[in-house]
Design a protein around this ligand. Structure first.
Ligand SMILES: [Zn+2]
Ligand SMILES: [Zn+2]
Length: 133
């Protein structure tokens, strides 16, 4: 039974990881991942999905992004990259990470040791800016 339980947990973790990797640049919330995993494993609970998402994030295997609405979004690309969030349609796009020299130097002058940054730009995406809304 012990081995059985372990196998089940390993499968759940693998399915959650697969769902995040398959999400591309969508940056889904835990609910979005839950819906995907549930399509494959209907008996899984939201709590289990949540626990596995946080474990994967803690282990650095996926990225997690906290936006102004405080909902955690999950990202197949772990580590530092920047994001653009459209306030019109809510899409989240990856941006190439650029050095933030001005900000980093200000932090260094204040005596802090800078190890990285996570920048989120807000605005309207190309489609929303052009569209009639
Ligand atoms: Zn938009
Ligand atoms: Zn991202």
């Amino acid at each position: 039974m012990e081995a059985e339980a372990r196998r089940r947990k390993t499968r759940q973790l693998a399915l959650v990881l697969d769902a995040v990797l398959a999400s591309g640049t969508e940056h889904p919330s835990a609910d979005g991942i839950f819906a995907r995993v549930r399509a494959v494993l209907p008996t899984i609970s939201l709590g289990t999905v949540y626990r596995n998402l946080h474990r994967l994030a803690d282990e650095g295997r996926i990225g997690v992004l906290h936006l102004a609405d405080r909902l955690a979004r999950f990202d197949p690309t772990p580590g530092g990259h920047d994001h653009f969030v459209c306030e019109g349609c809510g899409r989240i796009e990856d941006l190439p990470t650029a050095p933030l020299d001005v900000e980093a130097n200000a932090a260094r002058r204040a005596g802090h040791h800078v190890t990285g940054h996570a920048l989120v730009l807000y605005g309207r995406c190309r489609a929303c800016a052009a569209g009639a809304t």
